[in-house]
Design a protein around this ligand. Structure first.
Ligand code: DP6
Length: 324
């Protein structure tokens, strides 16, 4: 083996159809397919260097990571070590474009970058779909950050069949994700717990029954570049995700007053000619999806709201890739 070091850049993603609920929590096998867009300005750069070390080490944003974070990364590297047939330990150095612990840094970008860098450092020649499946083991949504542009995660039946692929390249549609940050608190209930709790919501069955229709509409809207069609499904999907969370036992309520304020303003702004639609992840911050020309008008309105702490604008991004 020559160089045992590699660096990769991963992008976070925003889901248009969400992953919420696991069939197999050990393998992160989702209950349903999901569709997302990679985000140009939410990135993680990770260097993995294998060597004669006693244990794996992890630094995030120039600070030594805590034991739980290091153990999660170490477990992830175990999958790659098993594929390469080696037991070498690694030094992992990761930097986010946003500070960790603010609710903004994403494990999707992190695990996509870790997978691509780790595989390259071990000299593994994996196809994109294999890299995507491995990334999924670290964080479900990370599988969608491995391929570029607009991607679809096929829920699949087992490890090998549960991966994401591109349905349209990043330059297919000049969409923007205007992220209104209303809270940077660490979320009280993480996604992993939320996926398990989803099974306790009486509405899970209704959501899953409707998803084939929604997935088809969202994919068709993307391919037709039809924003009103996409937007209608986006908003209904975001509400469906949060209804599942709120009706789980125990209930998870991610919204802040400012979340609802922006959700309510969205149709008002549309009536005034700003074509933007909201979506939400498992947290209170609001993502507004629009075309590039709508961004200046939205920024003006968002920045006038006292509850908005900062606004981050993302365009569609390419695949997670190695850096020289
Ligand atoms: C609501 O388990 O992939 O964002 O906590 O980042 O590992 P991490 O998240 P993950 O769940 C993502 C849940 C979601 C919807 C989505 O991205 O599909």
């Amino acid at each position: 083996m020559q160089n045992r070091i590699a660096t990769a850049l991963g992008f976070a993603n925003i889901a248009f159809v969400k992953y919420w609920g696991v069939r197999d929590a050990a393998l992160n096998l989702a209950l349903n397919d999901s569709i997302s867009m990679n985000l140009s300005d939410a990135t993680t750069v990770t260097t993995v260097e294998f060597g004669p070390l006693a244990e794996d080490t992890l630094a995030i944003d120039d600070q030594p990571a805590n034991a739980a974070q290091t153990a999660r990364v170490s477990r992830h590297l175990d999958h790659l070590r098993a594929l390469a047939g080696v037991s070498l330990r690694a030094r992992v150095v990761s930097r986010n474009s946003f500070p960790m612990g603010t609710g903004l840094a994403s494990s999707a970008a992190g695990f996509a970058a870790l997978t691509v860098a780790g595989a390259a450092a071990l000299g593994l020649d994996l196809a994109e779909r294999e890299l995507s499946a491995v990334a999924r083991l670290g964080s479900g949504s990370a599988c969608r950050s491995v391929p570029g542009g607009f991607t679809r995660w096929h829920a699949g039946r087992d490890h090998a069949s549960s991966y994401a692929e591109t349905i349209a390249p990043p330059d297919y549609w000049d969409l923007r994700d205007v992220l209104a940050v209303v809270s940077t608190e660490h979320k009280a209930v993480g996604s992993a717990e939320g996926h398990t709790l989803a099974q306790t919501s009486p509405f899970l069955g209704a959501r899953l029954a409707d998803l084939p229709r929604r997935l088809a509409r969202v994919q068709d809207a993307l391919l037709a570049r039809d924003l009103p069609m996409l937007g209608e499904e986006l908003e209904a999907e975001a509400i469906a995700l949060h209804v599942l969370a709120m009706t789980s036992r125990p209930s998870i309520l991610y919204w802040e007053p400012a979340t609802l304020e922006i959700m309510r303003l969205c149709p008002v702004w549309r009536a005034a000619g700003l074509l933007a639609y909201f979506t939400l992840d498992a947290g209170p911050n609001v993502h507004l999806i629009c075309e590039a020309a709508t961004v200046p008008g939205l920024l003006e309105r968002l920045q006038a709201l006292p509850s908005v702490q900062r606004v981050i604008v993302n365009g569609p991004a390419g695949p997670t890739h190695l850096l020289p």
